[in-house]
Design a protein around this ligand. Structure first.
Ligand SMILES: [Zn+2]
Length: 285
């Protein structure tokens, strides 16, 4: 586990890089790599969740990144000949480092630039992925995704319309990446609590007015997390390279049997889609 997680003790269990962490990674590394020609690429361990595209070194050498975009939890590094698509999986991180920094265990990939800046991919559990997408091609992993949660396309009307015929619990509905991307388990728990909606209520039974509240809370919890990540941007060039996992006061996630912060009754935990759901049976309806 990363030192940063143990340091502040706010998130009680292992936490995946979620949309805010990926967005902060994007903002953290972007100024250090844009426009710099790639000198070479070192792949020490190609066996990630899927094999690293074998042509990566050959195609990237001599190219430079013109933009780094994010789609859901994928980072897309654009060049004039195609894009490098990176997913951090369960434990991956990217950081900016240099030749004089020792290579640690699990430092699987280095993109080395002409000025000896290194973009280094680290991933102890190797559930991440690094793909090369030639030319303008897309990838099946990002083709069928729903809208970005912080975009205008993600609205109460959108959720309301899509949910009318769904026989699915609202929490699973908002965690479905074909409906909307980036609403991970922690954020779903927290947003439903703030909106006063029971996570096991059927999505089709929720009114437009309550979806207004839910959409507002989903955007708010993600924005708070990205903002708190903004204060840790320097971590991407720190020596130990620990990524910025965000300090955010959690109201329900990881607080089973603890008192609700609104009514003081104990919070309840259930399993939904094999993930932990914690909610207040009094405040959430
Ligand atoms: Zn309560």
């Amino acid at each position: 586990m990363r030192p940063a997680l143990q340091a502040h003790q706010i998130l009680p269990v292992q936490v995946l890089p979620e949309l805010p962490e990926v967005e902060t990674t994007r903002r953290g590394i972007e100024p250090h790599v844009l426009g710099k020609p790639v000198k070479n690429v070192l792949v020490r361990q190609p066996s990630l969740r899927w094999p690293v595209s074998p042509e990566l070194g050959q195609v990237l050498t001599g190219q430079s990144f013109s933009a780094i975009d994010r789609r859901a939890k994928y980072l897309l590094f654009s060049t004039s000949v195609g894009r490098m698509m990176v997913h951090l999986g369960m434990s991956g991180s990217l950081r900016i480092t240099s030749m004089d920094q020792a290579i640690r265990k699990h430092d699987h990939i280095d993109v080395v630039f002409e000025d000896d800046t290194i973009l280094r991919y680290h991933d102890p559990r190797r559930f991440g992925s690094v793909f090369w997408l030639p030319d303008q091609s897309s990838h099946e992993l990002i083709d069928d995704l729903g809208p970005e949660p912080l975009s205008g396309d993600f609205s109460a009307e959108y959720l309301y319309e899509l949910s009318r015929k769904r026989k699915v619990a609202v929490k699973l509905f908002i965690m479905n990446s074909k409906i909307v991307v980036g609403v991970g388990n922690i954020y779903a728990n927290e947003a439903l609590y703030s909106a006063g909606i029971r996570p096991d209520r059927l999505a089709s039974r929720i009114s437009l007015a309550r979806y207004e509240k839910l959409v507002h809370e989903i955007k708010a919890v993600l924005e708070r997390s990205i903002r708190s990540g903004g204060t840790t941007l320097r971590d991407f060039v720190r020596e130990d390279g620990s990524p910025g996992y965000f300090k955010q006061k959690l109201n329900v996630y990881g607080r089973r049997d603890e008192p609700c912060r609104q009514c003081a009754k104990p919070l309840r935990e259930i399993r939904q889609g094999n993930r932990s759901t914690v909610f207040c049976p009094v405040c959430q309806k």
